[in-house]
Design a protein around this ligand. Sequence first.
Ligand code: ZN
Length: 423
Amino acid sequence: MMKKTVVLILLSVLLMSAVSCRNQSSASSAADSTLSQNTTVQPSAESSAPADRAEQPSVNSQPKQESLHPSSQSAESSQTPESSAPASQPAESSQTSESSAPASQPAESNLASASSVSSSQSVESTSSNELQTTSEVSSMQQSFSETSTSTENSVSDIFLNIHTKVSSVSVSWNLIKNADGYIVECSSSADFPQEYTSERQTTENSLTFEQLQQNTTYFLRIRTYRTKNGERIYSGWSETYTAPLKTIEVIDGATYVDGVLIANKTYALPSYFGYGLTDETYQAYNAMVAAAAADGITLWMESGFRSYDTQSFTYQSFVWDRGVALADLCSARPGHSEHQTGLALDFNTTSDAFAYTPEAAWIEAHCAEFGFIIRYPQGKEEITGYKYEPWHVRYLGMEKAAEISASGLTLEEYYGITSIYQD
Ligand SMILES: [Zn+2]
């Protein structure tokens, strides 16, 4: 009996606080309000709704919306740095609520964070009659797909997948039902003061921000919009994601990308670099040869470490034989050979016919299991700078080799680097 009374009292209190919460509307937390912007604000209404604007950071002024008008954007031209649209800056700088979002949270935290928004709240618009409705976002469950006739949406179910390179970030996301498009911002500051905005229409769910500053951590966020009566209705911004670009550093004249030593046409090694295959490479090679033998495949090392001086001689021989252009396709200039890293080796025979042997097929199928990748794959000559070499493998360790191998990308593509002689 006592218990029942207590429960009843508790229920009453909860009910009262829920009503009170609803009435407070814009007094609720700023962070929550980002999930419930329900309307665009027309210019004439702006002065009449200053409180709403303060609480609705992503309900921006008209110029911002115009700068993102679909007709002015094609998929190709949509990666427009926002700095070219200064009119939008003041509106963005008022988005103080997002800046309080913990920028360092891993992507996985997005769901948890979004689901924590559980309180009902209402935001009233005074901008126009047709949009003068009180909308409510009661929980993360509410989104476009479930409220197709209402004016709000939610970003709680958008998730960014991020792949960083040395100077670019590629993002993709799940398509949201009934969204007309997506706005993605990328900034070197979690406050997004100088954001770099891009936009995609509904059918597209990926984009790449390029020409970013190396060795910098970028911040990303996404929101959706619908178009109603010619007006864009934006969702709030998602959680802020961090995107640390792959680091690129030069140590004693050698270039490392994310700790991976690079020697290609762009990045050279100093003449004194290297002394032989690294222990790890040699052990991985031995393990691979043994495993191949168990499968009835005979592998041997045709060429392992090559010093700067050896490579000078090798390359010069090619030049004498075939001229510079052909030599550059199949032999590295001194300092640019991956063999000088002590992490690369050639199997069996370095002739084009090797590609059609069972040995080559076995190498391709299994080398990643031992930490190697086929460094110069078929059809990637323009990217790696070398013709297909089924015999040449590069040691990266099992984890990285498996990841890069599975990506189908060359080392250059995976890290976003070039392989081009400077002269
Ligand atoms: Zn080689």
